[in-house]
Write a protein that binds this ligand. Structure first.
Ligand code: CAA
Length: 269
């Protein structure tokens, strides 16, 4: 954290993003409403830079879309030979050197970095979703710790319908949340999930009437900030490893984390 410089307003705008820092809270807006907040490679590499540049004092990151849509996913021009102005098209890269696996792998990994930092223990990431969250947009919501959906939200993992796979870190949280069978059904039909069904499938922590979305997220942010930062980070770190640990390992991790907390509290008393 804090390694890179925060992208300038111009760099953010070129990436289709907006960003506002308010104390311990960072709000990131996907901001290309005329393209229904479609995202490009630059959007994801700039998201990665945001993650690398945040100061230690940031505790909550809220991601939302400008206007009535969260995100329509990848800018479909990325797949056209001409691509998006100023960016190499995925199609062109795959065509120009189909055997250069390392270059394609590194390119996708750089995009994934825009998503992976949202799971860091020191922050809580919230996706505030109204309208469509499609493909890369749905995966961005899945990369967040908490999803608050407006009742008009519609989620869709569109990639397989386009001949591709979801590759922006979405398959693991999807399977963790809904189970492998439901994940297969959702991805291989590429069907749209309503907000109500998303709540039933545990894809949403909360669903609220659309006009109340911002207030519901503000209440959540306030509640999160009321918990001491160090305890919050240590607890998130524990919870993140719980699924992959057996019970004795997790119990040991709890002891280790608690001893560190007790020592810190005693030292600060
Ligand atoms: N890329 C580029 N442009 C897009 C776009 C996208 N993903 N989504 C919408 N737009 C553009 C439309 O072309 C349209 O442009 P014009 O005004 O120039 O005609 C404008 O945004 C408004 O779009 P609509 O009129 O379609 O708006 P709508 O509100 O009726 O529908 C929508 C919104 C449901 C999001 C619909 O636009 C849509 O289905 N978009 C495509 C979604 C899609 O297939 N995304 C790719 C998913 S796969 C992925 O993200 C990951 C991957 O790696 C493959």
């Amino acid at each position: 954290m804090g390694q890179a410089t925060i992208p300038s307003t111009e760099e953010l705008a070129a990436a289709g993003l907006g960003m506002a820092v308010d104390g311990a809270v960072v709000r990131i807006t996907i901001a290309r409403p005329e393209r229904r907040n479609a995202m490009t490679g630059r959007t994801w590499t700039t998201l990665a830079r945001i993650g690398q540049s945040l100061s230690e004092s940031v505790r909550v990151v809220v991601i939302t879309g400008e206007g009535a849509t969260f995100s329509s996913g990848i800018d479909l021009a990325m797949f056209e030979p001409g691509g998006v102005p100023g960016e190499e098209s995925l199609f062109a890269r795959a065509v120009s050197d189909p055997d250069d696996t390392a270059a394609l792998d590194a390119g996708i990994a750089a995009y994934q970095d825009g998503y992976l930092w949202l799971r860091r223990p020191g922050i809580v990431s919230i996706a505030a979703v109204r309208g469509h969250a499609i493909g890369a947009g749905f995966q961005l919501a899945l990369a967040c710790d908490i999803r608050v959906l407006a009742d008009d939200a519609q989620l869709c993992m569109k990639e397989p319908a386009l001949g591709l796979v979801p590759d922006l870190t979405g398959t693991k949280p999807l399977v963790d949340l809904v189970g492998v069978n439901r994940a297969i059904e959702l991805c291989l039909t590429a069907r749209t999930v309503s907000a109500q069904e998303a709540h039933e499938l545990r894809l949403a922590e909360r669903v609220v009437p659309e006009p109340q979305l911002d207030a519901a997220v503000a209440d959540l942010v306030e509640a999160l900030l009321a918990t001491p930062a160090e305890a919050a980070a240590a607890t998130k770190a524990l919870l993140l490893q719980a699924r992959n640990n057996d019970l004795p390992t997790q119990a040991r991790a709890e002891r280790t984390a608690q001893i560190a907390r007790l020592r810190a509290l005693v030292a600060g008393a």
